[in-house]
Design a binder for this molecule. Structure first.
Ligand SMILES: Cc1cc2nc3c(=O)[nH]c(=O)nc-3n(C[C@H](O)[C@H](O)[C@H](O)COP(=O)(O)O)c2cc1C
Length: 332
């Protein structure tokens, strides 16, 4: 029986372990979310994984039938997400307990979530943004560091977490590069109240992605992860497959010019997004030579496909072992 790990985050959410199964576009599903929450952590998913809106409401209902424990949702809060008000309302109707906001201004989500007793954590990659969301009333931040899957931040978690800690009085969740319990212990030592783990759960039995994607997570090393702007216009971490090598990791020159020009920007940015999302979507669910697979540097320590519950158990046992090893070092 694993002992609980108590932190300000677990106390706030009423959960046993400070480990979020991070929201992942195309990967997070009802099984990952409910199993993560049942394992004592908290499962989360991006609202946009379920389209149209009826499928999203049905997915929330399914999750709620599978677990009564806290669950979380990721909402993109910039203008590109025209569904955000509906996403929020339907989530609150289904008793979602944790909101993770990314991009844009989280003010409305914070206000509405708080009226319903839910908590809001905002993705941040630097102190400036973290201070802004703290002022807006966020309950905590997800500190997305270098090495993360998805839109990784530029700063090493070793620096980012203590840096945020100097000025924040809300809990910090470390995200990026975590696929072994020793890394959780390290993040806690740096001052985090929990961790958010993405890439590790792509290689889970519950993930509904193409087997080749899961195999690539297991085979890849940290050196196989490259940053590309071709997926969304902002740097995203992907596996350096032959297709990524062929296409290059930078937008073509003409696209870049149109993206940065004030007259064409507003058409070009959504177009790049749409094209990138489409290629991710195709590669994630079916065999194709156009392999664009998002993943972070933590692939280096992912060695087998396990169930979500097994992954939780392994991370927690490794965490306990690391803490015990540190205790044995002692201080003389
Ligand atoms: C395949 C994939 C898709 C992701 N999609 C999203 C997303 O839709 N929204 C979001 O806020 N973060 C997204 N992320 C980032 C994760 O929520 C999390 O911050 C990140 O995975 C943590 O780093 P790790 O992958 O090294 O564990 C994604 C990450 C991956 C690997």
């Amino acid at each position: 029986m694993l002992k609980q790990i108590k932190t300000p985050f677990t106390e706030m959410m009423g959960i046993d372990f400070p480990i979020i199964a991070a929201p992942m576009f195309l990967v997070s599903n009802a099984d990952i979310v409910s199993e993560a929450s049942e394992a004592g952590g908290i499962g989360t998913f991006p609202a946009l994984n379920y389209r149209p809106l009826e499928n999203y409401a049905a997915a929330l209902k399914e999750m709620r039938e599978k677990t009564k424990k806290p669950i979380g949702l990721n909402i993109i809060v910039n203008k590109s997400n025209t569904r955000q008000n509906d996403d929020l309302r339907i989530a609150l109707d289904h008793g979602v307990n944790l909101f993770i906001t990314s991009l844009g201004n989280p003010k409305t989500v914070i206000q509405e979530a708080h009226k319903n007793g839910a908590k809001v954590f905002c993705d941040v990659t630097n102190l400036d943004h973290a201070l802004k969301v703290q002022d807006l009333g966020a309950d905590g931040v997800i500190a997305v560091g270098a090495g993360a899957g998805g839109h990784a931040g530029p700063i090493s978690p070793l620096v980012l977490i203590p840096w945020l800690k100097t000025r924040l009085n809300i809990p910090i969740i470390a995200a990026g590069g975590i696929s072994h319990g020793s890394m959780i212990a390290a993040c806690m030592a740096l001052g985090a109240s929990g961790v958010s783990v993405g890439t590790r759960f792509i290689a889970s039995k519950e993930a509904n992605v193409d087997q080749a994607y899961k195999d690539a997570i297991i085979k890849s090393t940290p050196e196989d992860i490259v940053m590309t702007t071709r997926v969304s216009g902002t740097p995203a971490a992907v596996i350096n497959t032959p297709y990524v090598q062929k296409m290059g990791t930078d937008l073509p020159w003409a696209m870049k010019v149109l993206k940065d020009h004030k007259l064409t920007k507003k058409y070009m940015v959504p177009l790049i997004h749409l094209m990138g999302m489409k290629s991710l979507e195709e590669a994630a669910v079916k065999p194709t030579w156009k392999t664009v697979w998002t993943a972070g540097q933590s692939v280096g320590l992912v060695e087998e496909i396990l169930t979500v519950r097994e992954i939780y158990k392994k991370l927690i046992s490794e965490y306990e072992e690391s803490v015990n090893n540190l205790n044995q070092l002692g201080i003389k």
